[in-house]
Design a protein around this ligand. Structure first.
Ligand code: ADP
Ligand code: ASP
Ligand code: MG
Length: 404
């Protein structure tokens, strides 16, 4: 029988009614003749509440303990979904990440999956018992419980689909697919019927949180077709697959925004080989993820280097930059937390000149100042003031005629 992995996000299991609806959908899928492995997120905003609780209790949150706390959220959902399935007469059994054989590295709060030993899940499916797996969690080589980073249940689902050779991985969420912009920002945004892994990677990397970035990387590397769809309407959603036929390739597929980064500038840096290397090596060794980098050519032998980092890693990045600044005779370290990245993503822009010009003109018409720019063959990103982010998304969505 074909195997489907079905992942249900937080809103999809937010309360008793939603959990019963999810169980009903799983039962239907089974009746239609498919085997199912289920992955669940924590109910509603449980993960956020647990993080707040930890912050209220202590300013010191060892990664091991934070992970132990957060993984509790998904355990609640998995047990409740199994109970709802039992009432429908569907045999089901819950599994923690560890029981499901999801082995990760030891980086607490953003662990990477190293291996999936899905034996218990395979045995369960073979015995006709639906496995319901807690998303977002694994166990490290040190036998400690780990989490995979926010949104990590998507990654659990795709990793299981790859390892179990599933026919498809269905991601059920609170929107009916991947849209040309976040429907919360642009209500008229259009649902994409199909999107390539390449484009989806860029969308996920630039703030389109409908799929976690790591899950898309995994799906692309292991050729797992993803189907993003609504757990409210159950209608067909967006397929994320290898290639979209050229005929259907839009110049611009989606506009995204991301307010999760902050900008650092090191001013008056001597313009000589090795300076940038020493800075970015120090950041890399501290595990800081650098995104955009801008360095101007120097006029008087010095230059400014600006770069962005996740806000959650800002504290560390600033400490490293401040420590390094005097050693490289630089003047000062400036921090701007009030920034957002707005991006256009589209496979068609590879072969269509003028997209950048249209983007800059649209922003200029609304007097939105561009602070930094970065590009890939299928993406253009501009850093703007955080306060202008939503307006910029709406303007660009209109400028490229993306409405549904
Ligand atoms: P879940 O809890 O199901 O994992 P998430 O909140 O992680 O759900 O992801 C779904 C949300 O992603 C949507 O509610 C929507 O606001 C947001 N989103 C951002 N960009 C997009 C986009 N381009 N298309 C669809 N949803 C998007
Ligand atoms: N519950 C986790 C989070 O809120 C994982 C997930 O929902 O994917 O980030
Ligand atoms: Mg999510």
């Amino acid at each position: 029988m074909p195997l489907a992995v079905q992942k249900f996000g937080g809103t999809s299991v937010a309360d008793a009614d939603r959990i019963r609806a999810v169980a009903d959908h799983i039962a239907r899928t089974r009746r239609a003749g498919d085997d199912v492995v289920v992955v669940v997120s924590a109910m509603g905003k449980t993960t956020d509440s647990l993080i707040r609780l930890a912050e209220d209790v202590s300013s010191v949150q060892p990664g091991r303990e934070l992970d132990m706390l957060l993984t509790a959220g998904e355990r609640i959902s998995m047990a409740l979904v199994c109970m709802a399935l039992a009432e429908l007469g569907v045999a089901a059994a819950s599994f923690t990440g560890s029981q499901a054989g999801i082995i990760t590295d030891t980086t607490h709060t953003k662990a990477k999956i190293l291996e999936v030993r899905g034996d218990r899940l395979r045995e369960s499916v073979a015995a006709g018992i639906v496995p319901v797996v807690a998303g977002f969690q694994g166990v490290s080589a040190n036998r400690d419980v780990t989490t995979l980073g926010r949104g990590g249940s998507d990654t659990t689902a795709v990793a299981l689909a790859a390892s179990l050779g599933a026919e498809r991985c269905e991601i059920y969420t609170d929107v009916s697919g991947v849209f040309s912009a976040d429907p919360r920002i642009v209500p008229t945004a259009r649902r994409l019927r199909q999107v390539s892994f390449e484009e989806m990677l860029e969308i996920a990397a630039t703030g389109g949180r409908v799929l976690a970035l790591r899950s898309v990387e995994f799906a692309r590397n292991h050729h797992v077709p993803l189907h993003v769809r609504s757990s409210f309407t159950w209608e067909p959603g967006t397929w994320v697959t290898e290639e979209v036929p050229t005929m259907e390739q839009a110049i611009v597929s989606a506009v995204t925004s991301d307010t999760s980064e902050a900008k650092l500038t090191i001013t008056g840096v001597p313009d000589r080989p090795g300076i940038a290397a020493s800075l970015f090596r120090a950041l890399a060794e501290a595990g800081v993820n650098v995104d955009m980098i801008v360095q101007n050519t120097s006029h008087d032998g010095t230059t400014d280097i600006s770069f962005t980092v996740p806000r959650t890693e800002l504290h560390e990045a600033v400490a490293i930059a401040r420590d390094l600044a005097p050693k490289i005779d630089s003047a000062s370290v400036l921090v701007d937390e009030n920034v957002a990245q707005v991006s256009l993503v589209g496979a068609g822009m590879k072969t269509h000149p003028g997209v950048t010009a249209t983007m800059f003109e649209a922003l200029a018409r609304e007097e939105i100042n561009i602070l930094m720019i970065s590009t890939s063959p299928i993406r253009i990103s501009c850093m703007v003031d955080a306060g202008a982010a939503d307006q910029a998304v709406r303007i660009l969505h209109a400028a490229f005629d993306l409405d549904g």
